[in-house]
Design a binder for this molecule. Structure first.
Ligand SMILES: CCCCC/C=C/CC(=O)SCCNC(=O)CCNC(=O)[C@H](O)C(C)(C)COP(=O)(O)OP(=O)(O)OC[C@H]1O[C@@H](n2cnc3c(N)ncnc32)[C@H](O)[C@@H]1OP(=O)(O)O
Length: 364
């Protein structure tokens, strides 16, 4: 279509402005200056600002670009703006698509949906009928997805849940398939797996963000202390009923939670199993921000897309600086928690709690 023969309407102009916000790639300073100048010309007419001083480089570059348009009529500037934006269209995305998910979808996962788009790798727990309980396969797949995300070209990595739950934590049927070596061997294998699993979160090199779409239980809560930001729907709750299950804290929460929320508040959660609302978890520092469920996805993904446009090296280096001085300590805490849990899994208290759940005598 020959757009120059057309006259861009105010609506075309507004659409073009919205499309600019959704550019996948930075179009470069030259194009950005042109866009700025055309926008100013289209909305205010010829340059009407005093020339900035030579040391104010950015304002001066903008002024030069606008001033260079001379007396170009507003209508023509509007048309040129729309044409310029449309020439950038290969790097635009559909404006209706807010949440990443359609671009590169990784195959080979049974329990996850992993997608990569707009500089964001999204790892979505995908066992909605089991409230996204984490079974052995899922522990392995999450580790595989994190390792791939650490090497791909994304800037940030997001974990979220499919369905009404974020995750109901460890799949309690993990305790049922007993190997030839008996329950001791099972407990040992689980401790090895758990240590490796939590280790992947400690060592993850990019910002890790949790998009907590609904209730979170057990290990899906404790791990949040190792994330860099946690955004929650106001439907989400945070529950670590370890004592009820005859178990003890994991995911480095015995160290991170007292630091994040004070020792007494951590005790209420980790020992007494107090369930927090999203608002309470935010007040205690575990959650970064809470959103109304009706606008949660739209608001959070818009924000994440903006984060993912930040310079990748600066983002990665900053994450390393922040994590560096804690990494050794976190690995030591993880090792100790796994050791303690290995013993707990062999206890009558834990066995009874799991049997009660599996025979539906108890629920949280
Ligand atoms: C390598 C090992 C590492 C171990 C690390 C240790 C981690 C510690 C923890 O994570 S402790 C937390 C463990 N989680 C729980 O105790 C939660 C148990 N689940 C429940 O209490 C409830 O299911 C509920 C409150 C989460 C949801 O209740 P609701 O009534 O809404 O739904 P249902 O109970 O009908 O659940 C639907 C189906 O999902 C199955 N399911 C849910 N959670 C789990 C789970 N954690 N483990 C196994 N299965 C779970 C539930 O059994 C239903 O399945 P069904 O439809 O086939 O009956």
């Amino acid at each position: 279509m020959n757009r120059t023969a057309m006259r861009a309407s105010q609506k075309d102009f507004e659409n073009a402005m919205n499309q600019v916000k959704l550019l996948k790639k930075d179009p470069g300073n030259e194009v950005k200056l042109k866009l700025y100048a055309l926008y100013k010309q289209a909305t205010e007419g010829p340059c009407n600002m005093p020339k900035p001083g030579v040391f104010d480089l950015i304002s001066k570059a903008k002024w030069d670009a606008w001033n260079a348009l001379g007396s170009l009529p507003k209508e023509a500037a509007r048309q040129n703006y729309v044409d310029l934006v449309s020439s950038l269209s290969p790097s635009l995305e559909s404006s209706s698509q807010v949440e990443p998910g359609t671009d590169r979808k990784s195959t080979g996962f049974e329990t996850l949906v992993v997608t990569s788009e707009d500089g964001i790798t999204k790892i979505m727990f995908n066992r909605p009928t089991k409230k996204n309980a984490i079974n052995t396969e899922m522990y392995h797949e999450i580790m595989r997805a994190l390792k791939a995300a650490s090497k791909d070209d994304s800037i940030i990595t997001v974990l979220t849940g499919n369905g009404d739950y974020y995750s109901s934590g460890n799949d309690l049927t993990n305790f049922t398939d007993i190997p030839p070596g008996g329950v001791e061997e099972k407990a040992k294998n689980n401790a090895v797996l758990l240590r490796e699993f939590v280790g992947c979160f400690i060592d993850f090199p990019k910002p890790l963000i949790a998009v907590v779409n609904g209730p979170a239980v057990g290990i899906s809560v404790t791990l949040l202390g190792l994330f860099d930001a946690v955004y929650a729907s106001d439907r989400a709750t945070f529950h670590t009923p370890f004592s009820h299950l005859g178990q003890s804290p994991e995911g480095c929460s015995s160290y991170t939670f007292p630091k994040i929320m004070s020792p007494a508040k951590a005790t209420e959660m980790l020992i007494f199993g107090k369930k927090l609302t999203a608002g309470e978890a935010c007040a205690q520092g575990l959650v970064t921000e809470v959103f109304p469920d009706s606008t949660f996805q739209k608001e959070v993904w818009t924000r994440l897309k903006a984060f993912a446009k930040l310079p990748p090296n600066a983002v990665r280096i900053s994450k390393e600086v922040i994590r560096k001085r804690e990494r050794e300590k976190l690995h030591a805490v993880n090792a100790e928690e796994c050791n303690v849990l290995q013993g707990r899994w062999l206890s009558d208290e834990c066995t009874n709690a799991v049997v009660n759940f599996l025979s539906r005598k108890s629920k949280l």
